[in-house]
Design a protein around this ligand. Structure first.
Ligand code: ADP
Ligand code: MG
Length: 344
């Protein structure tokens, strides 16, 4: 190999970028669902085969993509969501990097079909792991968008080797769907795997409907043992459900935490939650919760990592203490000793 500097081809640079956002079927689905939500969809239908390794199809009823924009949708750094740097300060959409479709189509066979037309007239582009010379073709489609992704990593064997069994990949997909389902009660979501229905969650916004969905996602036993909390202080609000310690888990598999509606994993949050539960759970047991933290968007940075699982709080001490305090107090009812204090 010569050591002269060369520009990477579009395909290669997309494949490299894909390393950051497209790790497995679940990450493809997360990106496609976020796009659908950004397009204002109220209904999301996901179908997968073989844990999503063979095929992923996501259909939405969002606003659709203009015919003229379809080929651009597959290009890297092409987005309709931000236009100038200042937009980044107040990003209201889940996506904005314009990388997902370009990345996915560089490592899979992708068909994008979309319509803005009430009469079901739509258009389709295809890309197959090659440079984006997407050809437009007419296709029938109700208003909205479908993305069909087949044979993930068919052209990148090194990446394909990191995929696990169908069962493991399915579980990751299922977790992604559940995580999203609990962030958008107002959106209907279905999942089918190998032709069989897995979830069919209807939209609803009242407390009863929300609790029905939580029970569908976390199991009825979680809901039966759940304490509902809703605390507000210093511009921070924490609401949701925490299971009483009697419903602790051997794994951290029922832990859903959202910051301003976005599912996140964060060390500050985990630490505060762990400490709040520390004296009510046996060693090695994990708490179960579905919690929503709401705060001024200006006091949290979500633009830390492309997958956006991470956030950075401007005042992490304040957030930590608020979470710990709120949960600790909520659990006071079930903490031995304190119950009597309270009742006296
Ligand atoms: P980003 O979401 O960061 O903008 P993507 O690569 O995920 O980048 O998508 C590129 C563009 O394609 C989006 O900005 C949007 O305009 C359009 N798009 C993608 N998916 C959909 C969809 N399901 N409905 C409507 N438009 C979509
Ligand atoms: Mg996107």
């Amino acid at each position: 190999m010569s050591d002269r500097i060369q520009q990477l081809s579009t395909r290669l640079s997309n494949q490299i970028a894909a390393g950051e956002v497209v790790e497995r079927p679940a990450s493809v689905i997360k990106e496609l669902l976020e796009n659908a939500l950004d397009a204002g969809a109220s209904r999301l239908d996901v179908e997968i085969d073989n844990g999503g390794i063979k095929r992923i199809k996501v259909r939405d009823n969002g606003k659709g993509i203009d015919k003229g924009d379809l080929p651009m949708a597959l290009a890297r750094h092409a987005t309709s969501k931000i236009h100038i740097l200042e937009d980044l300060e107040a990003v209201a959409t889940l996506g904005f990097r314009g990388e997902a479709l370009a990345s996915i189509s560089s490592v899979a066979r992708l068909v994008l079909t979309s319509s803005r037309d009430e009469n079901g007239k739509g258009w389709q582009v295809e890309a197959e792991g090659r440079d984006m010379n997407a050809q437009l073709a007419p296709a029938a489609h109700p208003r909205g968008t479908s993305v069909d992704v087949r044979d993930l990593f068919f052209n990148t064997p090194a990446r394909r080797k990191f995929l696990r069994t169908e069962k493991t990949e399915f579980n990751r997909v299922d977790d992604t769907i559940k995580r999203l389902a609990l962030s958008r009660f107002d959106v209907s979501i279905s999942l089918r795997h190998n032709g069989k229905g897995v979830h069919n969650l209807r939209a609803g916004s009242g407390r009863v409907e929300m609790e029905r969905r939580v029970a569908q996602v976390c199991g009825p036993a979680f809901m039966q043992n759940a304490l509902h909390i809703d605390v507000e202080r210093n511009g921070l609000r924490l609401w949701g459900w925490v299971a009483e310690p009697a419903f602790s888990r051997s794994q951290a598999d029922l832990q859903f935490f959202y910051v301003n509606g976005r599912a996140i994993r964060d060390r500050v949050v985990s630490h505060a939650v762990r400490r709040a539960f520390a004296d009510v759970l046996y060693h090695g047991r994990h708490p179960a919760f579905v919690l929503y933290l709401e705060l001024d968007p200006a006091s949290v940075d979500v633009n830390v990592h492309p997958t956006k699982h991470e956030v950075r709080f401007r005042d992490s001490r304040l957030v930590h203490d608020f979470l710990f305090g709120s949960l600790h107090r909520a659990l006071a009812d079930v903490r031995p000793g304190e119950r009597e204090d309270r009742e006296q």
